[in-house]
Each structure stands twice: as structure tokens, then as C-alpha cells.
Design a binder for this molecule. Structure first.
Ligand code: ZN
Length: 350
């Protein structure tokens, strides 16, 4: 089975939303959602980036957002959340991440280097990298950034669409380009520099165009969007325009294909009945723009509606089979499935 390293999932949020269920969710007993240990094994899921994400009370709940994604749409973003409110939630999710390693007796491992990811893969252990989607839990002094780094944080998006003290994110709009307002604040530029210093990868997936340009100007690392698609195929504000893809290519960066139906379908709808054609169109476009070495997968499992053909993590082999039938050779399939991510992380963390 082709083993997959994935750029983005929201399992930690799902565990946090049902704390008394977390053992049942992780063991697969609870079912539902897209990720658990047995289905990861069934799907060849070798590892990935696990996001800490703090939902806003009520309005920021992903289910509410998802329900509002009926094109054309322009969802209002929830207001800025104070670090004092976000920090306990972020800590709880970091705790869930470390709990998975403890609870599963050697089936899941916290990794902070590519050597550790490869060692986990060789041992048949799921490799987890800690990511933070939106830096609400980090105050202007950045002390919490260092604490989370000590907990294993190696990837961070300064914003999840909702504004933070570090910048403005891209709102969920369809159809819309990503040029929706101001980008990073001065504090945000400081956060980027400190992440560079700590070798924490910066994720541009939820930044708007101005924020993207700010990271391009300030950061010394290749540009990465862990879970975003091609705007040329699906004109969502969350997708990357051709100039953004060119900038990512220029820096030797990386894009992970987001499986969310609303970011795949040319009509922007959330309908999971999508077939494989849009998936392949995005991949062809991303590979055309970035080259074969800079595209991977960024599922958004447990955060978004999945195409019916994928369903959940156990559907990864079906996707791999479709890539092969589409004419991608074995070497390219392996690059898309995991090797491009591992090479990108090597460039980020070196
Ligand atoms: Zn996201």
C-alpha cells in the first residue's frame, strides 16, 4: 500500500469537542469523523500535521461555517479572540496530541524531525507533527510560542481566517480572489521572524493576498500552503491564484491538496458527490504551476466535507489508485503521497 504523509487534519479539535469520547474516537469504537487509528492503518496513513485549532464560541464553529457555505457566499468572520480565552483550548488540544502517543502503546509518535518521521514509518508507527492553525493562543510577547515549540510545535499559521493580533486572514467567500484586506501586523512580522529563528514552518493557507506578500517579504523560508487548492479551477478566496503558485515555486515551497469539496468543486458547493475529475484538475494545475516536487496532500480530514470517493482516511488507497489510472507514474505518485512533504519539511527544519 502507498503510504501517505498528510499536510493537514483537525482530529485534535474533534477530540477536544468530545473529551469523554476521546479514547473511543481514537480506538475507532466511536466511529464517525474521518480519522482514527484503525482507519489510519487501513488507509496507509503514515503520518501528518495535526492542527491545534480554537473554534470561536458559536459563530466560529466549523459546522456553522460549513452550513453557510452555499455559493455564492461571503461568511462574516468571528471577532478576534484574546490569548487568555484561546490558550486553555490550545493547551488541551496539545495535550490530546501527546495523549495519543501515550494511549496507543507505540502506535503513534510525536515527531519533530524528518529523521524521526522516517524512523516512525519504518517502525509502522503513525508519525504526528504538531501544527497550530491560527495563533490566537500566543500573546504579543511570543512566550507561548516557545512553550508550544517545547511541546513539539513545528508548523504554524499566523491566522485561521479570523483576525489575530498578528494579521488578517482570508474570509470564506465564493467566488472571490484572496485580495480581501490588510495582511500582517507589525506583531505578525515579529512572529514570522521568530518562527524562522525556531525553524517553525509557516503555513499560508488561511492568509489573504496581502498577508501572503508580507510573509514572502519577511520570511527566510520557502512558502508553504498546507491545505489549499488552485483558484484557476475553483475560484474560492481560500485557493491560490497563479501568481501565488509562482511565488511558492520561486521559493522552492509546497502546496498540499485540500480534499474539502467546497474548495475542489468549480461551483464552490459543499456537495460530496463530486467524482474524481475536479481532484485531478487541481492536481494537474498545481503540478503544472509548481512542478512535480512541490505538491502533496493536505486532506483537511475532520475539518471539512470529503468527496464521496474518499469518504475518510480509509479512502486514501482509492485516491492513490485514481492517480495511477490518471497516468501519474509510480515515482510521481510516491512524491505526491509523502516524499514531497518529507523533502519540504527537511527544507523548513534544516
Ligand atoms: Zn484550515
Amino acid at each position: 500500500m502507498e503510504r501517505v504523509f498528510d499536510g493537514h487534519n483537525d482530529l485534535l479539535m474533534r477530540l477536544w469537542q468530545a473529551p469523554d469520547q476521546r479514547a473511543a474516537i481514537w480506538s475507532g469504537e466511536a466511529g464517525g469523523g474521518h480519522l482514527d487509528l484503525p482507519r489510519m492503518r487501513a488507509g496507509g496513513f503514515a503520518g501528518g500535521l495535526f492542527a491545534i485549532y480554537v473554534p470561536s464560541p458559536v459563530s466560529g464553529d466549523v459546522d456553522v461555517l460549513r452550513a453557510a457555505m452555499r455559493p455564492p457566499y461571503d461568511m462574516p468572520l468571528p471577532p478576534l479572540m484574546e490569548a487568555g480565552e484561546a490558550l486553555p483550548v490550545a493547551l488541551a488540544q496539545a495535550g490530546h496530541f501527546h495523549w495519543m502517543a501515550r494511549a496507543s502503546e507505540g502506535a503513534f509518535r510525536v515527531c519533530v524531525s524528518v529523521a524521526e518521521i522516517r524512523a516512525a514509518m519504518a517502525d509502522g508507527v503513525v508519525a504526528g507533527v504538531l501544527h497550530m492553525e491560527g495563533a490566537e493562543a500566543i500573546g504579543a510577547d511570543l512566550d507561548a510560542l516557545h512553550l508550544f515549540h517545547a511541546m513539539g510545535l513545528r508548523s504554524l499559521g499566523p491566522v485561521w481566517s479570523r483576525p489575530t493580533i498578528f494579521g488578517h486572514g482570508v474570509p470564506f467567500r465564493f467566488p472571490s480572489g484572496p485580495d480581501t484586506g490588510p495582511g500582517l501586523t507589525a506583531a505578525g512580522e515579529g512572529l514570522v521572524r521568530e518562527c524562522n529563528r525556531l525553524r517553525i514552518m509557516l503555513d499560508l493557507s488561511h492568509l489573504n493576498e496581502a498577508g501572503f506578500r508580507d510573509v514572502l517579504r519577511v520570511s527566510d523560508a520557502p512558502l508553504v500552503a498546507t491545505h489549499s487548492n488552485a483558484h484557476a479551477v475553483c475560484p474560492s478566496s481560500r485557493n491560490l491564484t497563479d501568481w501565488q503558485l509562482a511565488a511558492i515555486r520561486e521559493t522552492g515551497g509546497m502546496v498540499g491538496l485540500n480534499f474539502a469539496t467546497g474548495f475542489l468543486r468549480p461551483d464552490g458547493s459543499d456537495d460530496p458527490d463530486i467524482g474524481w475529475e475536479p481532484v485531478l484538475r487541481h492536481l494537474d494545475h498545481l503540478i503544472g504551476a509548481l512542478g512535480e516536487d512541490h505538491v502533496g496532500l493536505g486532506s483537511d480530514f475532520d475539518g471539512e466535507t470529503m468527496p464521496a470517493g474518499i469518504g475518510d482516511v480509509a479512502g486514501l488507497p482509492a485516491l492513490i489508485e485514481v492517480l495511477r489510472s490518471h497516468g501519474y507514474g509510480p515515482e510521481l505518485v510516491t512524491k505526491l503521497a509523502r516524499e514531497n512533504w518529507l523533502a519540504a519539511l527537511t527544507r523548513q527544519w534544516a
